[in-house]
Design a protein around this ligand. Structure first.
Ligand code: CAP
Ligand code: MG
Length: 419
């Protein structure tokens, strides 16, 4: 048996006050049967800053003191660790380098069976290096001329298989039914049956028709998720052909993808941020990374709208108390950025919407794919039912109350019931 590693307790600074303006402060929940919690916290601080598994001859005292991570608090299995700002490399490095410190090797340590990064607080000096959303919640509302009510959207379904004309027809019907937002599904990009360029053109034409025929404004987010070296070019092309919004999957593409779409001067469209794959990282309560951390980073990088869950009512795993935390990360005013629109999506249908609004509030974008196209009257009927459900929630009424004189909502309730 090899001798087990012993992490130095030099990294423990319990109770010490640190300058919040010169540290990134992380909260970790830990689980270990082989180490004490003190040792576990020291292991994280060591591994993620100036140390490694053994003491080393090359670590000089000055380097350790200036750049070592400090465990400043430990309550049961929750450790607070402060990393000096100097450890970070924002110009070349950016979010990937931040993540390599706060969420790096620590997850693989043999003796730390579980560890979850619950939260990261950044000093002002670092926050100022990011621009945040270009449009944000207010910008989206202003484009859509919808100042107060929650935004109401759909995801074109089936996820894949419709051609550009069928996709555009779906969007047209959704717009005529009163939806404000449409989006591609995350698995659709540029498959042969639905090339991106043809889709963009057909959808732009459908949205124009909605506007001409009804005066209603709707946007549709085109999925430009792709390789880093291509994303700007694809986004520019989509914009040129008439896209009204872009969509990107932040975890599969990386935060840099959101950042480049939001900050490159050539792109003048709002960015809808999807989080496909997040469940692999966020779902386990004992190991992984909280969605709160991803929501903060997405806002820093400039996402205008972000999926945050359905507050316990939809098809995806989630609880109201957690989703409220993510919503607050989108909207709180303690950071120097515009608020980002929180998006509730996943298994939603009209009967769930009033309860959702009661829990999540009005600064919200509610989306339904199956909950629109599964309506007995088709997409337009489903869109109307969603709009009615939003109106009910906005007025503080239940879905049943409002359904009495709104036939599409009534039919939705007959099919799916209410939350
Ligand atoms: C919703 C959705 C979204 C999920 C992702 C889907 O469709 O388009 O990708 O909402 O979940 O394909 O499932 P439905 P989250 O309305 O038909 O369920 O937002 O939690 O990341
Ligand atoms: Mg989807």
């Amino acid at each position: 048996m090899p001798t087990p590693q012993k992490y130095s307790e030099r990294y423990l600074h319990l109770g010490e006050r640190i300058d919040e303006d010169s540290h990134v402060i992380c909260t970790y929940k830990m689980k270990s049967s082989q180490m004490s919690m003190k040792e576990a916290a020291a292991a994280i601080a060591t591994e993620q800053s100036t140390g490694t598994w053994t003491d080393i001859t090359t670590l000089e005292e000055e380097n350790f003191l200036k750049r070592g991570g400090k465990v400043i608090d430990l309550k049961d299995n929750i450790a607070t660790i402060a990393f000096p700002v100097e450890d970070f490399s924002l110009d070349i490095g950016g979010v990937p380098q931040i993540l390599s410190i706060v969420a790096g090797n620590l997850f693989g340590l043999e003796t730390l069976e579980g560890v979850r990064l619950e939260d990261v607080r950044y000093p002002r000096s670092m926050l100022k290096e990011f621009k945040g959303p270009k449009f944000g919640a207010e910008g989206l509302r202003s484009i859509l001329k919808r100042p107060e009510k929650p935004l109401v959207g759909t995801i074109v379904k089936p996820k894949i298989g419709l051609d550009p004309k069928q996709t555009a027809n779906y969007v047209y019907e959704a717009g005529m039914g009163g939806l404000t937002n449409g989006k591609d599904d995350e698995t659709l990009v540029n498959q042969r049956f639905c090339p991106l360029e043809d889709r963009v053109v057909a959808i732009a034409e459908a949205l124009d028709r909605v506007k001409q025929e009804s005066g209603h404004i709707m946007v549709h987010a085109i999925n430009v998720s792709t390789n880093g070296n291509q994303i700007l070019e694809v986004a520019e092309r989509a914009q040129e052909l008439g896209a009204t919004q872009l969509m990107v999957d932040v975890l599969t593409c990386g935060f840099g993808a959101v950042q480049v779409l939001a900050s490159d001067p050539s792109i003048k469209l709002p960015v809808h941020v999807h989080r496909t794959m997040h469940g692999a990282i966020t779902r386990n309560k004992d190991h992984g990374i909280s969605m709160k951390v991803f929501a903060d980073l997405t806002r820093m990088c400039g996402g205008d709208a972000l999926h945050i869950g359905t507050f316990g009512v939809g098809k995806m795993k989630g609880e109201p108390k957690d989703d409220l935390l993510y919503r607050d990360a989108c909207l709180n005013r303690n950071v120097p950025y515009r608020p980002m629109m929180p998006v509730a999506s996943g298994g939603l249908q009209p009967g769930m919407i009033p309860k959702l609004i009661a829990v999540a509030g009005r600064e919200l974008q509610c989306q339904a794919g199956g909950g629109v196209s599964g309506h007995p009257r088709g997409v337009r009927g489903g869109a109307k039912a969603m709009v009615q459900a939003i109106d009910a929630g906005f007025l503080g009424l239940t879905a049943e109350e409002y359904a009495k004189d709104h036939v599409e909502l009534r039919e939705a309730l007959e099919k799916w019931g209410s939350a």
